[in-house]
Design a protein around this ligand. Sequence first.
Ligand SMILES: NC(=O)c1ccc[n+]([C@@H]2O[C@H](COP(=O)([O-])OP(=O)(O)OC[C@H]3O[C@@H](n4cnc5c(N)ncnc54)[C@H](OP(=O)(O)O)[C@@H]3O)[C@@H](O)[C@H]2O)c1
Length: 251
Amino acid sequence: MRIAIITGASSGLGREYARQLHAAFPEIEQVWLIARRRPLLDELGNELGIQSLSFPLDLSNDKDIESLARRLDEERPQVELLVNCAGCGYLSDVADTDSELLSRMVDLNIRALTLVTRAVLPYIMKGGHIINVSSIASFCPNARMTVYSSTKAYVSSFSLGLREEVRDRKISVTAICSGPMATEFLEIGGISGNSDMFKSLPYCKPQAVAAGSYAAAKRDAAFYTPKIFFKLYRVLSKIIPHSILVKFVKT
Ligand SMILES: NC(=O)c1ccc[n+]([C@@H]2O[C@H](COP(=O)([O-])OP(=O)(O)OC[C@H]3O[C@@H](n4cnc5c(N)ncnc54)[C@H](OP(=O)(O)O)[C@@H]3O)[C@@H](O)[C@H]2O)c1
């Protein structure tokens, strides 16, 4: 059976990836929806028009990732699409942030993304796709979101390296570098109302980011950055030394 696996599917961008899945990949017969809140996954599954399975997993917990790996080993599905979308980011200086929140960002954005990818990789079919949700925060460190931006630099770097490793298997790997989106992320991260930078930036719509991501994966793009404004920022971040740019991109 051909399946898709989407992490962070219970809200925001991940939910949008699930909603657009059938239109973008009609050949996929089943989707595995992963996040902690089961009722939201079940509700989403009922509206998708394809078979869906809810996996209420806490991906910051190794045991939960191992249970996903075991399920894959039992079912041995043909995975056409893996979307690593689960992520979190908290606004505040490192010295003012609880260690638990710092760990949560590293565990979910780096460790879980890496281990989920490792668990799924043996089952990704020739011609399949991996979409890793990074951020414009990966372009240059953002003070006050130093750990978050560093985790997303990892996601972009990991994606590019993995892309070379799986090229011979004809698997595409695409890192998605979106600007801000009005999702739960902003409230959970304490960003809403507390960041002049977030107030001044143009916002991306999750619907458009999901659609653009799928198109980018199909054309085997290494990166997808929505909006001209953020494409320009990406170019500038390659030209201007980060030791200078970092002073102007504080969140
Ligand atoms: N919103 C933005 O401004 C923005 C900009 C650029 C990039 N991004 C990236 O976009 C991705 C999606 O974020 P979003 O904006 O859609 O935010 P969101 O609505 O908060 O979605 C985050 C998703 O991750 C899941 N999640 C959180 N902790 C988890 C855990 N421990 N285990 C399993 N799942 C977990 C959440 O579900 P549960 O709570 O049910 O577990 C939710 O489905 C993230 O990687 C984020 O870094 C966001």
